[in-house]
Every structure is written in C-alpha cells, then in structure tokens.
Design a protein around this ligand. Structure first.
Ligand SMILES: Cc1cc2nc3c(=O)[nH]c(=O)nc-3n(C[C@H](O)[C@H](O)[C@H](O)COP(=O)(O)OP(=O)(O)OC[C@H]3O[C@@H](n4cnc5c(N)ncnc54)[C@H](O)[C@@H]3O)c2cc1C
Length: 399
C-alpha cells in the first residue's frame, strides 16, 4: 500500500506541495484551521511578496501556474525608494529592469488554491500529532482524528507538528510591527507620490516604515519597531481596535514617530484617522524567529516545510520563497519515490529533502539576521543605501 500522506496547513508552503502532488496524481489529505477564504476576502489588499526566480517562481512554474501568475494585475512594481526619517529621498531604483512584479499575498493564495479545486479540509485545527505503531495520528479540535504514514507540517510559525521532531520553539526577534492599509491612495496625491509604485522604506531611530502597493490602488505598510519585549505594544497601551487613539499615540509619543517628517506622519494619520472603504484591519504583532543553523534529527514519517521549519523575520524577503522551494523539493522527492517505487523508501526521500533544506536555509537565515541588524542600527539609512548601491548602479534620486 502506498503511504498515506497528510499536509497540515494551507499557507504558501502547504498549498504549493498540495498543488504539486495533485498535479502528479499522488494522493494526500490537506487541512487548515481557517474557514475557506471567500473571494471577497482574497480581493482585500494584503502585504506584497517578492517571488524569486530560483525559488518562489520556480515552484509556481512546477505547479503550472506561471502564465496565470503573469496575468495577475501588476499592482506593485520592483521600484525601491528609501528615505531617512526626515522624508528626504536617499535611494531610488526602478528594479533594474526586473520583470517580476511583487504579488499580493492574497493573490498568491488565490492562485495556488485555483490549482486545487475543493481539496482543502478547512476548519480543522490541529491539536496534536503523535506516533503509534509506525504511523502518525493527528487530532483536531471538534473533529475525528486521522492516521497517516507521512505527516508534512506546513502549519507556520507556531507549528503543532513541530513538537513531533523537536522541542525548540521560536524566540522573539526584538522587532514588533503594526500593519496598516490605506485603500485608494491616489486620493492623497502627496502620499501617492512619496511611496511610488513599488516598495518604499523610511528608516531611522531603530524603526522603519516599509510600504508596498497593493490591490484597490492601496498602500499596505508596516511600522517596524525595535522593542524590548513581546508585550511592548500592550505596555504602551496601543490598541489596534481604537484607531484614533492608536494614531494619537504613534504621532505624538517620542518613542514612536513624533519627530518624523510631516509627510511620513501623514501616512500614519490617514491610515488611523480617515474613513476608508473597505476598512482594513490593523495588525499588531511581535516577530519571532529561529537561530540560523537550527535543525532536528530526522524522525520517521514526519517533516516540516516553510515557517514551521525555519521561521525568520521578513528582512531579506526570503520566507515565502524558501517555503515554496521546500515544498517543491520535498514534492519532487515524494513524487519520484511514488512513481518509481510505489512509495517504498519514502523516508529516505524525506531525509534527503531535510538535509538539503537545512544547509540552504542556514545561509538565508544569516542573511536575514544581518539585514535586520543593519535596518535597525543607528546608521540604518547610510548602511542600507551602501548595501543597495553595491547591488548595481541605481538611478540618482530625483530630489
Ligand atoms: C509582517 C510580515 C511580512 C512578511 N513579508 C514577507 C516578504 O516580503 N517576503 C517573504 O518572502 N516573506 C515575508 N514574510 C514571511 C512569509 O509570510 C512566510 O514566510 C510565509 O507565509 C510562510 O508560509 P507557510 O505556508 O510556511 O506559513 P503560513 O503562511 O503561516 O501558513 C501556515 C498555515 O497553517 C495554518 N495553521 C496554523 N496552525 C494550524 C493548526 N494548528 N491547524 C491547522 N492549520 C494551521 C494557518 O492557518 C496557515 O494557513 C512576512 C511575514 C510577516 C509576519
């Protein structure tokens, strides 16, 4: 009997591996704790992701989704603009002629889901994953348990599957963020001009404003703040549900953005104080990570992909790319074993995936950590501009 396979989690990692197994007629069952996302939900603005040729785009190609990806409306170009907290432009490039517009997270999920008609078992919250008699039993909240030969944990930062392979959990990175959206940004011509058509960063005082353009002509942005503890925002009485009060605190308190340039503060004011249609949630969270080099000893019949395997902060733009590459490589190993040997030797195939993934990921985690240190250092703007200049010849700033 070929092995029974479960995929836990329907984020980018879980959906990529599901898409590839489905395309190659390898049976599996996929679960996610969320309710099925409606098309209305998936059309709301969301953060943009930069898919890389050698990872995210490679995985999309293997899923047969390249042409659908290319047809997505390019809402966020590869332009990069960087200012200090004074709002004065220090760096500008148009993406060096790049041809891979960033993709909103919701569009990516929509795309991957389109390759898996009705296959996801939504509203299945995994509680535990335990071994018995050479198999793995997964239990869910309010649902029947199920037993599998191979469990693939694609259940993100706080993976429950992870407990089956290691007791190392993510730790706080020292950075917390507030995510906000302004739909229909051209209503604010100065802000529209400031953030441009792609990505915009304003850096200073161990903080960053990082924006992306998104659907509905929106700008989605993160206020990234170096903080001593995961409870920092609560300690400062910041409440994402009370936008007016939140805006007041962010704009007037010296530890936040009180002394930032008026145009940068205007972005926060507009997001917090003006009426928007649709109203987009404010998100407030600490960022967690693993240390580079973390790994686990292989455990028969269970493995991890994506953030569950190697959570890192977003400062090298690698998380989603590595997640999709993990899934591509693991899927290839599973498909080969399935087709050539009827599933015999599956565990060696999984082990081979893990070894390659550990060494590939360690390098990206180090790069992420290095970028994080630079972005939140006292000389962040100068150091980041130096780094970007070292990638190629940028256009001179326009002002
Ligand atoms: C603020 C922010 C900005 C980011 N920006 C970028 C960027 O620009 N570029 C980039 O490459 N990466 C970025 N990332 C990282 C990127 O989002 C992740 O690396 C990527 O989403 C990982 O995909 P995943 O499928 O492994 O995990 P997730 O996207 O977290 O998906 C996990 C899935 O598992 C499900 N799940 C969780 N627990 C359970 C459970 N108990 N039972 C059942 N299902 C469960 C969840 O509902 C979810 O659908 C960013 C992350 C953050 C927080």
């Amino acid at each position: 009997m070929p092995p029974k396979i479960a995929i836990l989690g329907a984020g980018p990692a879980g959906l990529t591996i599901a898409s590839l197994l489905h395309k190659n007629n390898v049976p599996f069952t996929i679960y996610d704790l969320r309710t099925a996302p409606s098309s209305d939900l998936l059309s709301l603005p969301s953060g943009s992701l930069d898919l890389h040729e050698e990872s995210g785009l490679l995985a999309l190609e293997a899923c047969g989704l390249t042409s659908a990806y290319q047809k997505l409306p390019g809402v966020c170009t590869e332009e990069t603009l960087i200012t200090g907290k004074d709002g004065i432009l220090k760096y500008q490039d148009d993406g060096h002629g790049g041809t891979r517009p960033e993709v909103p997270r919701n569009d990516l999920l929509h795309l991957l889901l389109s390759s898996l008609p009705s296959l996801v078992n939504w509203e299945h919250k995994l509680l535990s994953c335990t071994a018995s008699d050479g198999k793995w039993t997964v239990t869910f909240q309010g649902r029947d348990p199920a037993t599998f030969d191979l469990v693939i944990g694609a259940d993100g930062a706080w993976s429950r599957v992870r407990s089956a392979v290691t007791d190392v959990h993510p730790h706080f990175s020292g950075i917390s963020y507030i995510g906000m959206t302004i739909p229909h940004l051209p209503r604010y011509p100065d802000l529209n001009r400031l953030v441009g058509t792609g990505s915009f960063w304003a850096l200073g005082s161990n903080k960053a404003i990082m924006t992306h353009r998104g659907s509905l002509d929106s700008v989605h942005f993160y206020l990234m703040i170096q903080s001593a503890s995961t409870a920092y925002f609560e300690e400062k009485n910041l409440d994402p549900r009370d936008r007016q009060a939140l805006g007041q605190q962010l704009l007037t308190k010296p530890e936040f953005f009180a002394d930032w340039a008026p145009i940068l503060k205007e972005m926060i004011r507009v997001a917090c104080e003006d009426n928007h249609d649709p109203v987009c949630d404010v998100e407030m969270k600490p960022l967690y990570m693993f240390n580079p080099g973390q790994r686990w000893d292989h455990v028969q019949g269970v493995t991890l992909v994506g953030d569950a395997a190697h959570l890192m902060t977003p400062f090298a733009g690698e998380g989603v790319n590595l997640a999709m590459l993990d899934s591509l490589e693991l899927a290839n190993n599973i498909i080969t074993t399935y087709k050539d040997k009827g599933g015999e030797g599956m565990d060696d195939a999984v082990k081979a995936y893990e070894e390659k993934m550990f060494s590939r990921t360690e390098k990206k985690m180090k790069k992420t950590l290095r970028n994080q240190k630079i972005l939140f250092a006292d000389d962040a703007v100068e150091a980041i501009v130096r780094m970007f200049n070292s990638f190629g010849q940028p256009a001179p700033p326009a002002n």
